[in-house]
Design a protein around this ligand. Structure first.
Ligand SMILES: [Zn+2]
Length: 422
């Protein structure tokens, strides 16, 4: 019987207490055996293991950029114990077999729970619904064509109607393909004109969100907005919530911290979809995450091999790494600013994402009888981010050279140590 006793951690940032883990579960600390392994966590904060609603693990198909093994090691280093893996792999996760395959690879190699996201449409083509029911039977609750928008209104309506039967969620990459089509790679405004880059107008996001929340209202279904990036989308989401529409939303760490100005040097590391936005949008996103209009953080971790990213800005692949620095960014943009306390971090990065994704064994309180998914956080330690030190296989790290918190000291997934730095 293996036991681990963690002493003196501030539980969710509150009072200090002890945690005893036995066989993957929190048990009564008073029952610790004499030969128990001990960790002195004085000064550290214990949070539930983080849950990511949105990442790209690239396996199967692009194992040169990331694998389930490397991506979940990066996740564990970031304090995550569960991730939702988007469907835009090759082959696309649009069948129950593809779901089972990803789970089988994860069972062998992963350092965090991997929950495949099912595609909404076959091949992400936006036309014919994928095997939503069969994928649901294989355990999928969240469906998304992420990377592409489900832009056909009738397809969106049918998808929302279909998943209602099993309490599924449609997660939308909100981007009107006519308003922000091929070539759109920079927030449309003064800067896109000055840099000569294709403009991606803010309204291309909010018009889709506005349409979708009305379809969600009509169908009575659950709808989730991926990587919200504009103040106008937030206005629509607030309106929808006030009407009782079942909508949830996520924001990425990079949209909380970085602004359009990062694009000035044409560094393709900062090319992301949706694009980085000006200050006023970033401020609106922080405010919405603080007040709960945006329930959770989703990393949109998007690793790319150098030969896909090292191009002129307009030709490079979209996306940036996110799993390792997500908590650090939330600490600097939200906790240090007094917008979230540690209980708020647990809510936005563990409880809410697990609820949205329908996970029952993640995002749980640190209490006796609960699965031991845990991250020990050092609230003081900082570092200069070095992209070479990443556990991801890719190096498209937008925080390279930046001073950020370096909080994660220990991650336990169901009692198993998946990252340790103490
Ligand atoms: Zn997306």
């Amino acid at each position: 019987m293996t036991e681990l006793l963690i002493t003196g951690a501030r539980l969710i940032g509150g009072d200090a207490g002890d945690l005893l883990i036995r066989d993957g579960v929190f048990v009564d600390p008073a029952s610790a055996g004499s030969d128990v392994e001990r960790i002195d966590a004085d000064g550290l904060i214990a949070l539930p293991g983080l849950v990511d609603t949105h990442c790209h693990l690239r396996e199967p198909g692009r194992e040169d950029a990331e694998t389930i093994e490397s991506g979940t090691r990066a996740a564990a280093r970031g304090g995550y114990t569960a991730v939702l893996a988007m469907a835009n792999v090759n082959p696309v996760t649009d069948t129950a077999e593809a779901v089972e395959h990803m789970k089988a690879v994860a069972a062998e190699t992963a350092s965090a729970a991997v929950h495949p996201v099912g595609a909404v449409t076959k091949g992400l083509a936006g036309e014919e619904l994928a095997e939503l029911g069969l994928m649901a039977r294989a355990g999928v609750r969240l469906f998304s064509d992420d990377g592409k928008c489900v832009h056909d209104s009738l397809v969106m309506r049918r998808a929302l109607e279909y998943v209602r039967a099993f309490d599924g969620v449609i997660a939308q990459h909100a981007q009107d393909p006519r308003l922000a089509g091929a070539g759109a790679c920079c927030h449309e405004g003064e800067i896109s004109g000055r840099l000569g880059l294709g403009g991606w107008p803010a309204v291309a996001e909010s018009v889709i969100v506005a349409r979708d929340v009305q379809l969600a209202e009509m169908t009575g279904s659950r709808y989730h907005v991926c990587h919200v990036s504009t103040a106008e989308s937030i206005d629509v989401i607030r309106w929808a919530k006030a009407r009782g529409i079942n909508v949830t939303a996520e924001v990425t760490p990079h949209h909380l911290l970085l602004t359009t100005s990062a694009v000035e040097g044409y560094d393709p590391t900062f090319k992301v979809n949706p694009p980085l936005r000006p200050d006023e949008h970033v401020e609106a996103l922080r405010e919405a995450l603080a007040d709960g209009t945006i329930e959770c953080v989703g990393t949109d971790h998007a690793p790319h091999a150098a030969h896909d990213k090292d191009h002129a800005f307009s030709d490079a692949a979209f996306g940036m790494l996110g799993l390792e620095a997500s908590l650090a960014v939330v600490m600097d943009t939200m906790v240090a600013e007094g917008r979230l306390d540690w209980a708020g971090v647990a809510e936005r990065m563990a409880y809410a994402p697990a609820r949205i994704a329908g996970l029952t064994d993640q995002g749980r309180p640190l209490e006796v009888g609960e699965p031991a998914n845990l991250v020990l956080v050092d609230p003081e330690r900082r570092r200069t981010v070095d992209r070479a030190a990443s556990l991801s296989k890719s190096r498209n790290n937008p925080y390279h050279g930046r001073d950020l918190p370096d909080p994660v000291r220990l991650t336990l997934w169901a009692g198993r140590t998946t990252f340790r730095d103490l």
